[in-house]
Design a protein around this ligand. Structure first.
Ligand code: COA
Length: 690
């Protein structure tokens, strides 16, 4: 007996119960007593069959992620499963909640699996930059066939019981009490004459169409977007088909250990915990209850408002969508309809689902229609006057306790709150475009935002599948403020001698989905131009391009040329000539610029700004900044976010390079933040600040 494992013997059936809250992760504190319990059950003649079940909210949710990267402690998970497979008495895994990663691998070491109908099983290792390391890629193909196994393993997505049962991954669905049905199931199996086969002894499912399987494997590599884990996982599934069982298992373990030691996996593990940390907010303990939210109001049916309405409707919440007049409303609703039709065409939702989602969105042109809403979010023009007007109107119509939210991307939430009689109910909910797709939600905490308003925003974010990060009030909050710091140097690099294609290539090689100039062309140069004009700002090259009618992809020319409506950016000699002309006009000396300089001048200022954001308490922890950048701006997953990436070189190196560029350019952007200097002196990292 131990704290985490207990065995009871019920008329010849040993029930081994695991209890390692919160999710029964297979840490050493569980592996070691479980190993002993299995040995005892194996040796005990009174035990005729074994059931492995879990207490608490779920079956084993995987290895203990916090143990990766630390020295391994015996028994390992493969030792444990090896022991299971040496037992001839029928073994049954009784699954409720989620059997994930090592949890499913352990269940695959049993002869049989019984599960509650609501259970899920999966191998999410690739989402942590790993591959299953205890037989998952070798046993699952033998159980469900290599192609089905490949899909489950490289997606990392758990599957429900309908699919699991039809694939044969689960032998029986328990409709009543899981433990007693598992015991009856074990008894039934015991009574059967037929021998009990472990998965390792089965090979009938391995007969496959080689060509189709190879095509599926090639597709994995194409879709991996620079991540190594899915490609390695697919290789391991192939080994399960082409190699003998023991050899495939040994090779899987080798690849797993390589992956555990990789930077990619360290980055993704960091993000796993960072995402969960981000939901823990100062002053918002478990005792703070979220307010009930049954109906959402959205003001503005443009791209942003429409996207926000869809995000809530997709999460099952009814939405009242307000526009100024019938025409604008009809346009907005039509666009939403088209977006959903696109999803149906791509096969991501059914026609019925489209109808259901559309039915949740009700249009209106009257503020009175918002009276019944529990939370209203505005996505109107980014001007303080306009925002203040909207909040004044909302204050008049909304019921007491309703939450008033703004989707502003940089304005002062405190100033907006001040026009209402209830600043405690005002919060920023900054969505990212397209709002129904991008995962990030910056929740902006005003000086007077009430804790239960934050709790409600956090709960709501989870309900609609967003990743929330609570941030403080400042110009641009966390994401856009750091973006502005990164953007500053783009034009300077061009003037000094880099080409748009060169800069973009450095970005994509770093792992961004696209570079800044391709991005500018995609979003439209005219939009940024108008913004600059209204703020009295200039950008010599982009302004000149706009004056020459280069508005980006939509006009066929921007920083690049686009031929015949195609989206492929072609370097444009006219743009090059324009850049050189501007450099001459401004007296900028041109020289050759290398990739390292491009990285240092665009990404180091971002990290510097991140340090200022931490100093000012706009973000609570460095890892919150990473969550923002990975989920809202396409920062490469494999690098774990800007602050995590910066730790690789350490603050001292960043300070040294910032000082170098500060000396050369005199630009205040490169002046190291005091916090960075302090960390450089003490030798601490950002993680040490949390
Ligand atoms: N190892 C270590 N800690 C884990 C863990 C794991 N495999 N899985 C979850 N946790 C921790 C979380 O960090 C969290 O800790 P916290 O409360 O201190 O923040 C706690 O368990 C609860 O997890 P959470 O994700 O908040 O709960 P949930 O109910 O929303 O989801 C799971 C439960 C199991 C679906 C989810 O935690 C999950 O997907 N876990 C990872 C599974 C996995 O990848 N396993 C393979 C490992 S190789």
């Amino acid at each position: 007996m131990s704290d985490t494992v207990s065995t009871t013997l019920e008329d010849g059936i040993a029930v081994i119960l695991l209890d390692n809250p919160p999710v029964n992760a297979l840490g050493h504190n569980l592996r070691e007593p479980l190993f002993r319990a299995l040995e005892a059950a194996k040796a005990n003649d009174e035990v005729k069959a074994i059931v492995i079940a879990c207490a608490g909210r779920t079956f084993i949710a995987g290895a203990d992620i916090s143990e990766f990267g630390k020295p391994p402690k015996a028994p390992s998970l493969p030792d444990l499963i090896g022991l299971l497979e040496s037992i001839d008495k029928p073994t049954v895994a009784a699954i409720h909640g989620t059997a994930l990663g090592g949890g499913l691998e352990l269940a695959l070491g049993c002869h049989y699996r019984i599960a509650e109908r609501s259970a899920k099983i999966g191998l999410p290792e690739v989402t942590l930059g790993l591959i299953p390391g205890a037989g998952g890629t070798v046993r699952l193909p033998r159980l469900v066939g290599p192609e089905a196994a490949l899909g489950i393993i490289v997606s990392g997505k758990p599957i429900g019981m309908d699919e699991a049962f039809s694939l044969g991954a689960v032998d029986r669905i328990a409709e009543g009490d899981l433990k007693s049905e598992a015991i009856s199931f074990a008894r039934e199996k015991l009574a059967e004459e037929a021998p009990h086969h472990h998965i390792r002894e089965r090979s009938d499912k391995l007969q496959i169409d080689d060509a189709a399987f190879e095509t599926a494997i090639e597709q994995v590599a194409r879709k991996a977007r620079g991540l190594t884990a899915p490609v390695k996982a697919a290789e391991s599934v192939r080994n399960a088909v082409t190699m003998e069982f023991g050899a495939a298992l040994a090779r899987e373990r080798e690849i797993f250990l390589e992956r555990v030691a990789s930077e990619e996996s360290a980055a993704q593990r960091h993000l796993f915990f960072a995402t969960r940390e981000a939901a823990k907010v100062r002053g918002v303990g478990r005792d703070i209850e979220a307010r009930p939210v049954a109906r959402i109001g959205v003001i503005g049916a443009g791209t942003m408002g429409g996207g926000i309405a869809m995000a809530f409707a997709n999460g099952g919440l009814p939405v009242t969508l307000l526009e100024m007049n019938d025409e604008a409303l009809a346009r907005g609703l039509h666009q939403i309809d088209r977006n959903y039709a696109g999803s149906v065409k791509r096969g991501s939702i059914s026609e019925d689902e489209k109808t259901a989602r559309l039915a949740r969105i009700q249009g209106t042109t009257s503020y009175d229609a918002l009276a019944g809403c529990d939370l209203v979010i505005e996505a109107v023009f980014e001007k303080m006057d306009v925002k203040r007007q909207v909040f004044g109107a909302l204050d008049k119509v909304l019921k007491p306790g309703a939450i008033l939210a703004t989707n502003t991307s940089y304005l002062d939430v405190n100033e907006i709150a001040a026009v209402t009689s209830r600043p405690q109910d005002v919060v920023g909910l900054h969505f990212f475009s397209p709002a129904h797709i991008m995962k990030l939600l910056e929740i902006v905490r005003g000086d007077r935002t009430a804790p239960d308003v934050l709790a409600t925003a956090l709960a709501l974010a989870r309900r609609i599948g967003k990743v929330p990060v609570v941030v403080g009030v400042c110009n641009g909050f966390v994401g856009n403020r750091m973006l502005a710091a990164r953007r500053e140097q783009n034009e300077a690099l061009l003037l000094e001698g880099a080409t748009p294609a060169q800069v973009d290539k450095v970005f994509t090689q770093f792992g961004w989905p696209m570079g800044p100039f391709q991005m500018a062309d995609l979003s439209g140069l005219d939009i940024a131009w108008n913004n600059r004009k209204s703020l009295g700002q200039t950008a010599p090259i982009a302004d000149a391009l706009c004056e020459a009618g280069h508005f980006g992809q939509k006009s066929g020319r921007g920083f690049y040329l686009y031929e015949d409506g195609a989206r492929i950016p072609i370097p444009d000699p006219d743009v090059q000539a324009l850049i050189e002309r501007k450099a001459a006009e401004l007296g900028v000396e041109r020289r050759s610029i290398d990739a390292e300089e491009i990285i240092e001048r665009t990404l180091y200022p971002m990290i510097n700004e991140g340090a200022r954001i931490l100093e000012e308490g706009i973000a609570t922890r460095a890892s919150d900044i990473d969550v923002v950048w990975v989920n809202g701006y396409g920062f490469p997953l494999a690098k774990g976010g800007p602050m995590f990436w910066a730790e690789r070189f350490g603050p001292a190196r960043i300070v040294e390079r910032l000082e170098h560029w500060h000396g050369r350019t005199g630009n205040a952007l490169f002046e190291p933040a005091p916090l960075l200097r302090q960390l450089a002196l003490t030798g601490g990292g950002f993680a040490s600040l949390a």
